[in-house]
Design a protein around this ligand. Structure first.
Ligand SMILES: Nc1ncnc2c1ncn2[C@@H]1O[C@H](COP(=O)(O)OP(=O)(O)OP(=O)(O)O)[C@@H](O)[C@H]1O
Length: 323
């Protein structure tokens, strides 16, 4: 997957007075370049409206880029959308590609025909998906009667029956309970390890990224803000760690320890933030000397707060120009 200076601009008209109409240009994707190698599993994350779905729509050929260059499996998606469709699979967590009134089995049969999948390949892939995604009891149930988690597993299987080399997953675990999420994640890990399927994963659940992706790309306002591993993301966001101290009794906030920032108290427990790059030892010593310390722990920054910090730094750069 190769993107070089990829752009997508939408022109939106908005009524701004009785007779006036304002023409506004939204740069949903504003010059994005990256390469994803075969077999990589990459997280593609960012806040609402960052441009993630627009990127995926261009990667599938649904939308034509306004600028830049794009290749997926050597194919230009907008020019050869049908040829590309045989090589990629897409799962949109918010929508289903299955036939609502048909049992899962019939949806799969239709996919079999549409993609002209060789019979033995189809049988083999279906059996594998049914086994690993635990779809055995669901094949004869109409899609509309499936729970969200069951439907999602059904959708993932449908996207894989034609052996795609590249899989785009847009919020594949949205709305799923903990058990369904872990089942979907385990399946994706196995798919990637066994088949070498390249996966681009968009999600708001950062546990998906933590458990599945060694590389993560952060997009905001249509621009790539970060491309690297998860550990590096912590550093970039200048995250904070949290020292959680349990005191012998409820006491006023600890505000006199240099290098620590009082965050909140919960009875005798107090939360002190300090820079992720700093050592906790001097803080612990200072607290222990001045307060009746019973217990303590250090919590690592969660990715959410790290990313929130990154976004905080880019708010002014909103690139929506009036025309
Ligand atoms: N068809 C369209 N016409 C006009 N503007 C659009 C269109 N599609 C997307 N946009 C705008 O482009 C920007 C990026 O939208 P996009 O859907 O790609 O974001 P996203 O990162 O997928 O967000 P979310 O996490 O909410 O799904 C937004 O400002 C959105 O309003």
């Amino acid at each position: 997957m190769e993107l070089d200076g990829l752009e997508k601009t939408f022109t939106v008209r908005r009524r701004s007075g009785v007779l006036r109409r304002e023409k506004r240009e939204v740069r949903a994707v504003d010059g994005i370049s990256f390469t994803v190698d075969r077999g990589e599993m990459v997280g593609y994350i960012g806040p609402n409206g960052a441009g993630k779905s627009t990127t995926i729509k261009m990667l599938t050929g649904i939308l034509t880029p306004s600028g830049g260059r794009l290749r997926v499996a050597g194919i230009d998606p907008a020019r050869e959308r049908t040829r590309l469709a045989r090589r990629i699979g897409v799962v949109f967590g918010q929508r289903t590609t299955l036939w609502w009134d048909l049992p899962l089995r019939d949806s799969y049969r239709l996919t079999h025909r549409m993609y002209r999948i060789p019979d033995d390949r189809y049988r083999e892939n279906l059996a594998r998906c049914v086994d690993l995604l635990d779809l055995g009891d669901l094949l004869d149930v109409p899609v509309r009667q499936l729970s969200l988690g069951q439907r999602m597993r059904g959708d993932i299987a449908a996207a894989l029956l034609h052996d795609p080399e590249v899989l785009y997953l847009d919020e594949p675990t949205i709305g799923l309970d903990v058990v369904s999420k872990s089942r979907v994640r385990a399946f994706l890990r196995e798919l990637n390890a066994e088949r070498g399927t390249t996966v681009l994963l968009t999600t708001h659940d950062l546990t998906d990224i933590e458990q599945l992706c060694s590389r993560v790309m952060v997009i905001d306002h249509g621009r790539l803000m970060y491309d690297g591993d998860l550990a590096g993301l912590h550093e970039t966001g200048d995250g904070e760690r949290m020292l959680v101290v349990d005191l012998a009794r409820e006491l006023p906030p600890i505000e006199n320890v240099p290098g620590a920032r009082f965050v909140r108290a919960d009875g005798p427990r107090q939360y002190l933030a300090f820079p992720a790059s700093a050592s906790a030892a001097p803080l612990v010593a200072a607290v222990a000397e001045a307060y009746p310390l019973v217990d303590l722990s250090v919590r690592e920054p969660d990715i959410e707060s790290v990313i929130a910090k990154m976004y905080g730094g880019t708010r002014e750069g909103r690139r929506e120009s009036l025309k």
